[in-house]
Design a protein around this ligand. Sequence first.
Ligand code: ATP
Ligand code: MG
Length: 257
Amino acid sequence: MSIIRTVNLEKNFGGLKALSNLNLSINKGSITSIIGPNGAGKTTLFNCITGFNKPNGGDIFLGNLKITGQPPHLIARSGIARTFQNIRLLSDMTVLQNIMVSRHINLKYGFFDCIFRNKHFFLQEDISTQKAMKFLDFMGISEYCHHLATSLPYGIQKRVEIARALSLEPEVILLDEPSAGMIHAETMSLMSQIQKIRDIGKTVVLIEHDMNLVMSISDWVIVLNYGVMIAEGTPNEIKNNRQVIETYLGFAHEHLA
Ligand SMILES: Nc1ncnc2c1ncn2[C@@H]1O[C@H](COP(=O)(O)OP(=O)(O)OP(=O)(O)O)[C@@H](O)[C@H]1O
Ligand SMILES: [Mg+2]
């Protein structure tokens, strides 16, 4: 069953067609990878789905809900969370505070609870802290909760970003190059972490250049080139697709074992 669907999606930057007439469907509960050369439109697709870019044409659906062109905070509330290709953590805050800040869209207290700091406010804050710790624990980084987020090694910061996205309790999580800059051992552990996210019932959409990672964990792979979908299929089908080998896998060969 499809959870995200794009219909004739278009995004232009001036004369450049970053996405052209894109029709794709992401299955609920799957790990779907989006691959393709630099500039293929992968991040633009995430930006359109999450409201950071406004499409020039077409539609995007989350289940039956049309989310085309809605602002990022409403899309996040509807159930889609993401990480960014370049880490975007708040530099003067601890890991826990980074998670708490984004969790505020889920808090159940109102304006007056907040102003008067009443019992309800503190109860909700407590529940929220516990939940935030649960997500840090899930990502194996709870020991860093009181560290300044941006003082941590790159691989840990990437995990904090994933924990922050998970803490919004989304149905769908979009990860933009989560393994970039990681050493091999970190990538291996990230791989099992992403599978765990799928196993708790989330839908994962992954942009990745590491072909070992993509081919070992994806249920489905979508290939973009110059904003156009040139192929989709199981990892095996994609590995053997001639056009994909010529346009991308040849280039990415060094990333394949
Ligand atoms: N805000 C923008 N303004 C102008 N051009 C943009 C903008 N964002 C993206 N582009 C262009 O759109 C095209 C698609 O970019 P995008 O970042 O989506 O590619 P990508 O597939 O994510 O590439 P990479 O693998 O390098 O991250 C590129 O030619 C890029 O230069
Ligand atoms: Mg990108």
